[in-house]
Structures are given as C-alpha cells and as structure tokens.
Design a protein around this ligand. Structure first.
Ligand SMILES: *Cc1c(COP(=O)(O)O)cnc(C)c1O
Length: 340
C-alpha cells in the first residue's frame, strides 16, 4: 500500500496524499435541515497538515529547484505555519529559521518547542521590527540575508502558496464523493478562499472570517484572485499552473464570486468565548472530529448558526474544509477543551 502521508517532496506524491484525504458525513443535530460533510485535510499528514501544507508545497519545490538549503519565515508563538514549515524542513532536508513576533517568553509555547525540536532556529523580534516583514529590506535589517535561503511570507501567503490552494481545489473537484451545493471554509487572510474560488467550477465557496477585519479579507482575496487570473511565470510549474490556465480560458472568477461571512469571528482573532467553547465541545462529542478554536470551530459555529436560522436552503449538501490547525489546541487549557 502506498504511504498515506508526505514521505517525499514530490508533486505527484503530494497529489496522491491529497486524493486520499477522507470525506466524512457529519451526523449531528447541530445543523438542522442540511446535510453536512467535512473534508479532513487535518489528516493529510500527521504533522504537515491542513491548508498550510498546500501553501508550502510549491514554495518547497521552488526552494529545491533553486538549490536553496534554508527556509526563512515568520509568525506568532502559536502559528500553524511556523509549525508546518519547521516540520517540513526537518522532513525534506532544509534548515529553517523562524522569525517570531515579540520578545522571547520565559516559557516557549508548545508550537515553538516543537519547532525547535524540528531544528528550527528561532529569532525573536520586536513588534516594530515585525511590522516590516513584507518589505524587501526585512531580512537584511535582521542580518539574516543569505544567498541560499528562500523567504516565505507569514502564513505562506505568496503566489506559490496560492497555487498550492488551487491544487486543493482541483483535488476537491476530482474526489468529492457526492455533488455538493456549497463549500465552506475558515478565512484568516482569504488566500485559501481565493485559491479555491479560482480553481473550482460550479461550486459556490463561502468563507467564514475568523477575525474582525473590516473589508481587508475581501480586499486581499480579491488581490489574490487577480494575481491568480493573470498568467504569471513566478511559479511556473505543476498542477497549480495548469489549473490557472484552465480557469483563465473557461471562466475567470471575479470579486463577485467571493462570498464572505463576517458574523462569526466571535469577538476577534483568537477570541474564544464561552458560547464557542460550548458549541465546539458539542460538535466534537457528536461527530468525534476535533476542531481548533481559532479557525475551524468558528467555521462550524457559523454554519450551525446559519442553518439554525434557516438561511441555508433546506436539503442543501454542504462540504466543509477541515483546514488543520489542531496543534494550536495546546494553547488553550485542557480544562476548557475537554470539559464535559
Ligand atoms: C491559516 C489557517 C486558515 C486561514 O487560511 P487563509 O488562507 O489565511 O485564509 C484556516 N484554517 C487554519 C487551521 C489555518 O491554520
């Protein structure tokens, strides 16, 4: 039997693993009058999982082709992207440097302890320095500029990352077990949303915003859609590239195709009020599927609220995306996560 997780840095092997990701029907009274399924991308790989794995894929392939031996990236103390990048470096043979927002705490988070164990070198920077993370001078200012390194922006948010999420869209189209009416996912930057919208035909994609962001998620997602729509040689390889040109030919997706719901951030990023905790425990007890408090809990809570309010046509078949992030559960007290 073929391995069910990512054993080598190879596009075909990745696609194979992505095609094996299970879809589950959720049997729960939390979603009245609709049929809810979940695609378990938390199970893509035991450690390099969720949408961060897709965002890393073409970045890693690019690093290998460039002959880079080091990946440099940045994030916060509980970042799923930092965790996935550190693990991918250890797995596929890159040194990794993680630029971490804020001062080095007396006790490292579980995420950063893992990252260190995976061999990532941690570099703590002030919030002022961190604000410069998207400027071309950033690495130079920190003395981290080096020929043999590839810099991956926070969250894996670059065109190569977006192409990886298009690959996910194509895999969903090819493997969905039934015909769905809508696809729902949690949105932080909106990049994954843009990748899916641009690569999936005939399935409306709905994003649940997990932070109070004004219009910025829609704006950024729009920018990514435009970048994906314009044929670009930046990461000219693989299925992502094919997906893009197919989309360009058939039906270019525009901002009007971006459905975003901003009612379920539950107070803001990483806010985890009692009612959300209660909902998450009920969902997990009924479905047996673990969620993370920052992203997928809010996704499911939003779907629960919309279904309960009757705002989704009865009988709709909804596919949700489990975008991973389970390592972040460790940032919350077990007494909260596992209370009866
Ligand atoms: C990063 C992340 C997201 C958000 O993805 P965007 O592309 O930034 O919108 C969703 N779910 C999980 C678990 C994540 O780690």
């Amino acid at each position: 039997m073929k391995p069910r997780y990512l054993t080598s840095l190879d596009l075909d092997a990745f696609i194979e693993a992505a095609r094996e990701v299970p879809y589950q029907r959720i049997d729960s009274d939390l979603f009245p009058n609709i049929e809810v399924w979940i695609r378990r991308d938390d199970l893509l790989d035991p450690i390099i999982s969720g949408n961060k794995a897709y965002k890393l894929l073409f970045n890693l392939i690019e690093a290998k082709e460039q002959g880079a031996d080091t990946l440099i990236t940045c994030g916060g103390a509980w970042s799923n992207h930092i965790h996935a990048t550190a693990a991918a470096g250890a797995r596929f043979g890159f040194r990794t440097i993680g630029i971490i927002r804020g001062e080095c705490p007396p006790v490292l988070s579980a995420t950063l302890l893992d990252a260190e164990r995976f061999g990532m070198q941690l570099r703590f920077v002030t919030r002022e320095q961190y604000r410069l993370r998207n400027q071309s001078e950033f690495l130079k200012l920190l003395g981290l500029e080096q020929e043999s390194a590839l810099y991956i922006p926070e969250g894996g948010a670059n065109l190569a990352g977006a192409r990886g999420t298009q690959l996910l869209g194509k895999v969903i189209e090819a493997t969905a077990p039934i015909r769905f009416d809508q696809l729902w996912l949690a949105c932080g930057t909106g990049l994954t949303l843009a990748g899916l919208v641009s690569s999936i035909t005939n399935l409306p994609v709905c994003g649940v915003e997990v932070l109070k962001a004004g219009n910025s998620i829609r704006y950024d997602a729009q920018r990514w859609l435009e970048a994906l729509n314009s044929p670009s040689p930046v990461c000219g390889r693989g299925v992502g590239e094919r997906a893009t040109s197919a989309t360009t030919r058939n039906q270019v997706k525009h901002s009007a195709d971006l459905y975003l719901n901003n009612k379920y951030h539950c107070g803001g990023y990483a806010k985890y009020p009692e009612y959300l905790q209660k909902f998450q425990r009920a969902f997990e007890h009924q479905s047996g599927i673990p969620l993370d408090p920052l992203y997928t809990a809010k996704l499911m809570y939003g779907l629960h609220q919309e279904a309960t309010a009757g705002r989704i046509p009865p009988g709709s078949k909804i596919l949700t995306l489990h975008s991973g992030g389970l390592q972040g559960r460790r940032g919350f007290p077990p007494a909260v996560m596992y209370k009866k």
